[in-house]
Write a protein that binds this ligand. Structure first.
Ligand code: C5P
Length: 213
């Protein structure tokens, strides 16, 4: 069995950084599934389509090319907002399913980060983390990241974005963002990146020992 490390959690929880460092540590390929939804959102906007139109968004998702994920526009605040709007369409999620599922078959393992990896994409993943942090802490991290990328953004607007995204991604019974029952919760609110990575590494090592991998 491939050693899939599923890293889920809300926006700006630190899961992307943790996932990237775990991938480097184990030498596994990394898939940031948020980029897929961001690329779909950016694609809909580029064709002057309506983010709330499921047919338009699904067409973009079906035609998605992995090279679309490397474009700088997918990392902007607008792309994150667009992503969470197209991500509510079941047709978009279905169109992106095979690509993600195929990635989890890579040997000897992979790291996949998102919202529904431990529940929908790789429910049998031997290692699952659910990374979270308080909204104010996440907003501050996202604000610093965007300012670092050269975007002029207000902290209060970013905090409002985080609340809105939490409600959209996790606020319904069928919402993608849910902690798998067998995922280990990692609250990084009071942790430095080093501490969070160290805690994540221990969770993965425990899973590895349990699965004798
Ligand atoms: O993680 P990131 O902030 O890049 O994700 C952007 C948006 O894409 C999320 O707010 C969420 O709506 C959506 N998403 C999703 N399922 C995933 C990854 C991201 O619905 N596996």
């Amino acid at each position: 069995m491939a050693f899939v490390i599923a890293v889920d959690g809300p926006a700006a929880s630190g899961k992307g950084t943790i996932a990237g460092r775990l991938a480097a540590l184990y030498g596994y390929p990394l898939l940031d599934t948020g980029l897929l939804y961001r690329a779909v959102g950016v694609g809909v906007l580029a064709s002057a389509g309506d983010l709330d139109d499921p047919i338009a968004a699904q067409a973009v998702a079906r035609a998605l090319d992995l090279s679309d994920l490397d474009r700088a526009e997918v990392r902007t605040r607008a792309a994150g907002e667009a992503a969470s709007r197209v991500a509510v369409h079941p047709g978009v999620r279905a169109a992106l399913f095979d690509l993600q599922r195929d990635f989890t078959k890579r040997q000897p393992g992979s790291v996949v980060d998102g919202r529904d990896i431990g529940t929908v994409i790789a429910p049998h993943a031997p290692a699952k983390l659910y990374v979270t942090a308080r909204p104010e802490v996440r907003a501050e991290r996202r604000w610093k990241q965007l300012v670092g990328q050269g975007e002029a953004v207000d902290f209060e607007d970013i905090l409002a974005d985080i609340h809105k995204r939490d409600a959209r991604d996790g606020g319904r019974k069928d919402a993608p963002m849910t902690q798998a029952p067998d995922a280990v919760l990692l609250d990084t609110s009071e942790m430095t990146i080093e501490q969070a990575f160290d805690a994540a590494r221990r969770i993965v090592e425990d899973a590895r020992a349990r699965h004798r991998l």
